[in-house]
Design a binder for this molecule. Structure first.
Ligand code: ATP
Ligand code: MG
Length: 610
C-alpha cells in the first residue's frame, strides 16, 4: 500500500537488517516507562537549592554529592597529553568551583554575564563551568582548536565578558582579534604565570582586558560560596551548533535543562552511580557538556576525561586501564577504530564495558555489528541536537537494537514526523504520544516543545528561532522514517537529501551500503545536478589503509552499489584521501557539494583542518 504522502516523499528504501535480540518482556518496559514518566516526576528527583531557592545545575552536579557520602569519591579522573593522571573528588570539584565563583564575584561578574572558555579538556575547564553556573553567569565553551576568526565571531555574538584560556591559546587565537571584542573585560589564564596586577584581580585598563593568572588567583579565594537564588529559567549555557549546514547558531539553554540531562542519561546511556563513564566529546560541543559534565556528575559517577584527541592505542588503553563501563562516543571515531579491525579491540581486556553509545551522525548498521565483534555488544545510537539540549531518541539498554535505527523517543519526548504533501503543505503523521498511524513514511522529525532542555532561543537571532516552529511543533531539519514498532531511521538532513529520477535518496542509506564493501573506510554521498535525472548520486570514498586505488576498484564499487541498491546506487565514485569533517566529527556534505559544483564554500569556521 502506498499512501499519498509516501508518493510525495518518494521511495526511501528500508534497510533489512536482523535485530539484535533483547528479552521480549523488556519491550513492554518501554511502554510502561513512558506511561509512568512525566517531566514533573523527573523534576521532583532533583534536589533543588537548599531553602527552596531554585534549581542550579552546579548544585545538582557537585555540591549535593560533596555534602553527602560521595564527597571523597573520584568525580573526575583526568589524563593529560603526556599520559599523567590526576583525580578530583566531588569535594575537590565543589571547593574548586566555589573559588572560581568567588573570583567571578570579586571582579564584578554576575548573573547573566557570559563566561567563555577556550581550553583543552583540562581540569580547569570543568571547574570554570561549574563555578560559572554557581555564580548564575552563563557558560559558553569554545573548542580549543578554533582559529582566531571563529573565536572572535562567537565571542562577539555572545558578548563575552570573561574568557578562560591558556597563555598560549591567548597569544595565538585571541590576541590578534582582542581589539574586536568590546565586551571582554577579563582573561583568566591557566598555566604559566603571567604578570598579574594588584591582588590577582587583574586590570581592565586601557590596554585591553585584564589578565589574571587563574591558578594563583584561585588560591586566594575562599572555599565556601553560597549559590544565589537561581530561577530554573535563568540562562546557564550558550552553545554553538556544529556548523554542518551553514553558519553556526548560538543556542541558549537554562538551568532547568539539568532535569533532562539527568533523566535521559538513565534511559539512553544506562548510567548509574557506580559507573566509570567516558564521554569522548569535547565540551565545546553540546554532547561534551550535557553528557561530558552535567549528566554524569548529577549521577555521582566517576568520569574519565582525556585531554588527547583520537588515537587508536590511547583510546583502547584508556578503556582497558580505567575499566570504563559506559562509553559515549561518535560514529566517526567508531569508523576509525573499525578501519583497523576488531582484533585490535579484542587484544584489550574490555570486560568492564557494558554499554556503548554513539551520537552526532548516522551510525551505519555495519558499525553496530562491528561493535558486537569488537566489544561483544552492539553500539546504541541516539539522536539529538544542540537545540534539544538532551537526547530525544535513543536505543535503550533494555530494548533490542535494530542496527541502523536511532531507536525510540525518550519517555517524556513527544515526537512525530512532519510530511510535506504534493501541494507543499505540511501535516504531522500523528499527534499522539506513541501512536504510530502511518509507517515507513519519510518526514521531518518534529518534537512537541515542553521538555526541560529545549533551547530558549538563538542568541541575537529571533527570526531564525521563530522559523524552527510550525503548528505547535519544533522542526528539527532532519528527515527520518519510522517503522511499525516506532523505531526511527535516519534518512538525511533535509538539506542533504537527493532527488534522483523520481527517487528520494537518503545519503545515509547509500553510505551505509558502500561502507559494507571491504575496501571502504568512509564515504560521503551527495547529489550532483543532472539534466535528465535531476540529480545523480555521487559518492566520495576514503579507502581503507593499504587498499590499491584504481579504476578496477571504482568499477567494483559501482557494481557493488548497483547490486545492493538498484536504482538509487551511486553513478559516480571519486576517491578522496579524507572527507571534510566538522570539528565535532560530522561529514560536511555541503562542502563536498560546493567543491563539486565550484560554488562558494560558505562558513568553514568549524571545518577540521588536517
Ligand atoms: P548546524 O545546525 O550548524 O548545521 P549541526 O546540526 O551538525 O550543525 P549539532 O547540533 O551539533 O549541529 O548536530 C545535530 C545534528 O547532528 C542533527 O540535527 C543530525 O543531523 C545529526 N545527528 C545527531 N545525532 C544523529 C544520529 N544519531 N543519527 C543521524 N544524525 C544525527
Ligand atoms: Mg543543526
Amino acid at each position: 500500500m502506498t499512501s499519498k504522502a509516501e508518493r510525495a516523499a518518494g521511495t526511501v528504501r528500508v534497510p533489512t537488517v536482523p535485530p539484535v535480540p533483547a528479552p521480549r518482556s523488556r519491550a513492554d518496559d518501554y511502554d510502561r516507562l513512558r506511561r509512568g514518566f512525566s517531566w514533573q516526576v523527573a523534576r521532583d528527583r532533583m534536589s533543588g537549592l537548599p531553602g527552596g531557592r531554585g534549581l542550579n545545575i552546579a548544585y545538582e552536579a557537585v555540591d549535593l554529592h560533596a555534602e553527602g557520602p560521595l564527597a571523597g569519591k573520584v568525580a573526575m579522573r583526568c589524563r593529560d597529553l603526556h599520559g599523567n593522571v590526576t583525580d578530583h573528588t566531588y569535594a575537590d570539584l565543589a571547593t574548586g568551583s566555589n573559588r572560581f565563583a568567588n573570583l567571578l564575584c570579586r571582579v564584578g561578574v554576575g548573573r547573566g554575564d557570559r563566561v567563555f572558555s577556550l581550553l583543552g579538556r583540562v581540569p580547569e575547564l570543568y571547574v570554570a563551568a561549574l563555578g560559572t553556573w554557581k555564580n548564575t553567569s552563563v557558560f559558553a565553551p569554545l573548542f580549543s582548536a578554533f582559529g582566531p576568526e571563529p573565536v572572535r565571531e562567537r565571542m562577539r555574538i555572545g558578548e563575552a565578558r570573561v574568557l578562560v584560556t591558556t597563555p598560549r591559546l591567548y597569544e595565538r587565537k585571541v590576541a590578534p582579534v582582542v581589539g574586536e571584542m568590546p565586551h571582554l573585560e577579563y582573561v583568566l589564564l591557566v598555566g604559566a604565570a603571567v604578570d598579574t596586577s594588584g591582588s590577582g584581580a587583574g586590570d581592565a585598563g586601557a590596554g585591553g582586558p585584564g589578565r589574571i593568572d587563574l591558578r594563583t588567583a584561585l588560591l586566594d579565594e575562599p572555599d565556601d560560596f553560597e549559590i544565589p537564588p537561581t530561577d530554573p529559567e535563568d540562562v546557564a549555557l550558550l552553545h554553538f551548533t556544529s556548523g554542518t549546514t551553514g553558519r553556526p547558531k548560538g543556542a541558549v539553554h537554562v538551568h532547568e535543562a539539568v532535569v533532562a540531562h539527568h533523566a535521559t542519561a538513565v534511559f539512553a546511556l544506562d548510567l548509574h552511580e557506580n559507573d566509570v563513564y567516558w564521554c569522548t566529546a569535547d565540551p565545546g560541543w553540546v554532547t561534551g557538556t550535557s553528557y561530558g559534565i552535567v549528566a554524569p556528575l548529577t549521577h555521582g559517577v566517576t568520569m574519565v576525561v582525556d585531554e588527547a584527541e583520537f588515537d587508536l592505542r590511547g583510546w583502547y588503553s584508556l578503556l582497558e586501564n580505567e575499566r570504563v563501563t559506559v562509553w559515549y562516543t561518535a560514529p566517526t571515531a567508531l569508523r576509525m577504530l573499525m578501519r583497523y579491525g576488531a582484533e585490535r579491540a579484542r587484544a584489550h581486556d574490555l570486560s568492564a564495558l557494558r554499554f556503548v553509545a554513539s551520537v552526532g551522525e548516522p551510525l551505519n548498521p555495519e558499525v553496530v555489528r562491528w561493535g558486537e565483534e569488537a566489544f561483544g555488544q552492539p553500539v546504541h545510537d541516539n539522536w539529538w541536537q544542540t537545540e534539544t539540549g538532551a537526547i530525544m531518541i535513543g536505543n535503550f539498554a533494555n530494548l533490542a537494537v535494530r542496527p541502523g535505527s536511532m531507536g525510540r523517543p525518550i519517555p517524556g519526548v513527544n515526537a512525530t514526523l512532519l510530511v510535506r504533501g504534493e501541494d507543499g503543505r505540511a501535516r504531522v503523521v500523528d499527534g499522539e504520544v506513541g501512536e504510530v498511524t502511518e509507517i515507513d513514511v519519510v518526514g521531518e522529525i518534529a518534537l512537541r516543545p515542553g521538555w526541560p532542555s529545549m533551547f530558549r532561543g538563538y542568541v541575537h537571532d529571533d527570526a531564525r528561532y521563530a522559523a524552527c516552529f510550525a503548528g505547535g511543533w519544533y522542526l528539527s531539519g532532519d528527515l527520518a522514517r519510522r517503522d511499525a514498532d516506532g523505531y526511527y531511521w535516519f534518512v538525511g538532513r533535509a538539506d542533504d537529501v537527493i532527488k534522483s529520477a523520481g527517487h528520494l535518496v537518503g545519503p545515509f542509506e547509500v553510505e551505509s551500503v558502500l561502507l559494507g564493501h571491504p575496501a571502504v573506510a568512509e564515504v560521503g554521498v551527495i547529489g550532483r545536478p543532472d539534466p535528465v535525472a535531476g540529480e545523480i548520486v555521487k559518492a566520495f570514498v576514503t579507502p581503507r589503509p593499504g587498499v590499491q586505488v584504481d579504476d578496477d576498484l571504482r568499477l567494483d564499487l559501482l557494481a557493488y552499489g548497483r547490486r545492493k541498491l538498484g536504482a538509487v546506487a551511486p553513478r559516480e565514485v571519486e576517491f578522496a584521501a579524507s572527507l571534510p569533517h566538522t570539528r565535532s566529527g560530522k561529514v560536511m556534505r555541503r562542502l563536498l557539494r560546493a567543491r563539486e559544483l565550484g560554488l562558494p564554500e560558505g562558513d568553514t569556521s568549524t571545518l577540521e583542518r588536517l
